[in-house]
Design a protein around this ligand. Structure first.
Ligand code: AMP
Length: 253
């Protein structure tokens, strides 16, 4: 039986209209609705299904972030995760926390917890890095199956169907391994009220990167954050001849 470690990040909710801070150092997060990163809900769901299929016997969720990361962990616990680890990173340290740091934290916890499978989302929708799974596998020197749309357990290995450009790729990886969840892997369940109540009693351990021996000094400096350019208004043309004339005028034909 396997122990599964799942990474869950608290991000600005996907439905929120993002606003850039006037000083261009980042986006406005104060007073903005946050939720679990959607791909992490898929990662949690897959871990819970592995437990339901008796392939996994314990699921541990990890969230690196400020105090509110505990809310994200509670959501994971309400979906069926057994226990949580809150790696407390806040203030300016969290603002500059990068995938390399999260990867080292996940790798250390995977070793400490003797995990067989680490599942993370394919990307966090706030920074869109798509780096954590790959770097975690590299730090651990474990095989990786990224962009998973199906996972099947074999004997000491898993078969993963991956979403790749123009099709699907099937690979086999030996355990322990790192997997990243793509959109079509499953449809995450909603936590039911009784499970939300039960989740309140499940344990969450708090640690810091320092406790784990991880240096969080930034490697990347964000120079500036800006809104995408606003689209210019379009125009409605009466017929094809006018369109062709306009295109010629603009040097497009
Ligand atoms: P990224 O490489 O930043 O796009 O993130 C990919 C995945 O790594 C996410 O979907 C999460 O599963 C995991 N991850 C990233 N940042 C964190 C974090 N702060 N805490 C826990 N898991 C994280």
């Amino acid at each position: 039986m396997a122990r599964v470690l799942v990474g869950v990040k608290r991000v600005i909710d996907y439905a929120v209209k993002i606003r850039v801070k006037p000083d261009k150092t980042g986006v406005v997060t104060d007073g903005v609705k946050h939720s679990m990163n959607p791909f992490d809900e898929i990662a949690v769901e897959e871990a819970v299904r592995l437990k339901e299929k008796k392939i996994a016997n314990e699921i541990v969720a990890v969230s690196c972030g400020p105090a509110q990361a505990q809310e994200t962990l509670r959501t994971a616990l309400a979906m069926g995760v057994d226990r949580g680890i809150h790696v407390e990173v806040s203030g300016s340290e969290y603002e500059t926390l990068q995938p390399i740091h999260v990867s080292k934290i996940l790798a250390k916890l995977a070793q400490d917890e003797k995990a067989d499978i680490v599942i993370v989302g394919k990307q966090a929708i706030d920074d869109d890095s798509n780096q954590t799974a790959q770097m975690t596998a590299a730090v651990l020197d474990w095989p990786q199956g990224t962009f998973a749309s199906k996972i099947e357990k074999g004997d000491g290995e898993i078969t993963i169907i991956r979403e790749i450009d123009g099709g699907l790729e099937t690979i086999k990886v030996k355990l322990p391994a790192v997997v990243s969840a793509d959109l079509r892997l499953n449809e995450p369940r909603y936590a039911t009220l009784p499970n939300i109540m039960k989740a309140k009693k499940k344990p969450i351990k708090k640690v810091t990167p320092k406790d784990l021996g991880i240096d969080t000094a930034p490697r990347i400096q964000v120079i500036s954050v800006a809104d995408p350019p606003t689209r210019q208004a379009g125009s409605v043309l009466p017929d094809v001849d006018t369109l062709v004339a306009k295109l010629k005028e603009g040097g497009h034909v």
